[in-house]
Design a protein around this ligand. Structure first.
Ligand SMILES: *[C@@H]1O[C@H](CO)[C@@H](O)[C@H](O)[C@H]1NC(C)=O
Ligand SMILES: *[C@@H]1O[C@H](CO)[C@@H](O)[C@H](O)[C@H]1NC(C)=O
Ligand SMILES: *[C@@H]1O[C@H](CO)[C@@H](O)[C@H](O)[C@H]1NC(C)=O
Ligand SMILES: *[C@@H]1O[C@H](CO)[C@@H](O)[C@H](O)[C@H]1NC(C)=O
Length: 326
């Protein structure tokens, strides 16, 4: 998904390719980056003949940001800037980075850095339905539309705290309830919209991920929570938001609350037909900016330092834009 003007990057790319012969460089957004990292890890797994356990990828990956979302690049470069990225690559700054594996029913879905279930997934699913709009408008439209029809997901949320229990056995904490949004992020996910990151309390190679679970609340309180990401503090200081440092998360969605979105796309008010759970219902996930539809329980595990990227840990991203829509 390359949406910026590539000609701007050309001199930079020439410089990079001149310096590297065997390093891997990706020009693109989060989706392409995650896809390449996924491929590098699978390759390492194949080479090591380890079908079950993820294996650390040996080839470092350089990222030149050129997508509609570049939080991975921004998290290792601090800015969404091809030149800064190229300098990190040329100078050989290397940073090991944690990744998550996403699996359902024992089947690997993908490796990635961040995932959003609930609001983030539904908003992306809606954006994908309006492909005819320019990409920036599409995302704002989808955000506003999803906020207008805000409704919680009924699910069972379990997690393993990153602080290891000393007995060495896994002790899952399980909650069941209504959630507007659940995010799992193994990197801070810096962006110009959220200079401290969507997950300021995790780091690139912390060996843990941030779990941010937003319980049901009113629309206005939820918007207040979202808006605080652009400032530096207080985004989690709400009674309906909980955060944990985790090494694994399991999400089992129970049912859709309210109506199916497809049929009532243009209707003003929400039909309330609770607990429809048709056969074949899938739930939209936003995994590194890509829409992934998954029907069942999803298991997410953090794998410390699974991939090596060019770049370094940054405290805060340069902030240049503010979201005009909320
Ligand atoms: C994040 O970490 C800081 C210090 O490390 C702590 O004071 C703060 O409460 C944490 N915030 C969350 C949301 O966990
Ligand atoms: C790193 O992980 C620990 C838990 O293992 C957590 O308490 C801490 O807040 C995390 N973040 C940073 C930036 O160290
Ligand atoms: C979610 O919370 C809002 C505001 O408190 C409430 O009006 C709504 O009924 C709740 N939704 C469900 C499904 O309980
Ligand atoms: C959290 O919010 C409450 C009021 O909602 C405020 O009194 C408190 O100072 C805030 N705490 C932090 C750490 O910002």
């Amino acid at each position: 998904m390359i949406e910026t003007d590539l000609s701007k990057c050309l001199p930079v790319l020439t410089l990079v390719f001149f310096h590297l012969s065997i390093r891997v460089v990706c020009v693109g957004g989060d989706g392409s980056v995650a896809e390449l990292c996924h491929a590098l890890v699978l390759r390492a797994q194949l080479d090591a003949d380890s079908p079950e356990k993820p294996v650390r990828a040996t080839l470092p990956l350089g990222i030149i940001p050129a997508g509609s979302t570049d939080v991975v690049s921004c998290s290792v470069h601090g800015v969404r800037d091809p030149v800064t990225a190229a300098l990190h690559i040329v100078l050989g700054h290397l940073q090991q980075v944690d990744m998550c594996s996403f699996s359902s029913h024992g089947q690997l879905v993908c490796f990635g850095f961040s995932a959003m279930f609930g609001f983030g997934g539904r908003s992306l699913a809606r954006a994908e339905k309006t492909r005819w709009m320019p990409s920036s408008r599409r995302r704002e439209y989808a955000l506003v539309k999803t906020l207008a029809r805000l409704r919680p997901e009924d699910c069972q949320l379990s997690f393993l705290s990153a602080r290891k229990s000393n007995k060495g056995e896994e002790s899952w904490v399980t909650n069941q309830g209504l959630y507007l949004s659940i995010s799992i992020m193994s990197i801070p996910c810096l962006s110009p919209h959220a200079p401290q990151g969507l997950a300021p309390n995790t780091s690139l190679a912390n060996g843990s991920a941030a779990l941010i679970a937003v319980g049901n609340t009113s629309r206005s309180e939820f918007i207040k929570h979202l808006k605080r990401y652009s400032s530096s503090t207080g985004q989690f200081n709400f009674s309906f938001v909980e955060t944990h440092a985790v090494s694994a998360v399991k999400i089992r969605p129970y049912s859709l609350i309210g109506c199916s979105e497809d049929e009532s796309e243009e209707e003003g008010d929400l039909k309330t037909t609770p607990f429809i759970h048709a056969e074949g219902t899938t739930f939209p996930w936003n995994i590194d900016g890509e829409l992934v539809e998954i029907a069942n329980e999803v298991l997410i595990r953090v794998h410390p330092r699974l991939i090596t990227l060019y770049g370094e840990e940054v405290e805060e991203a340069e902030s240049s834009v503010s979201c005009s829509c909320i």
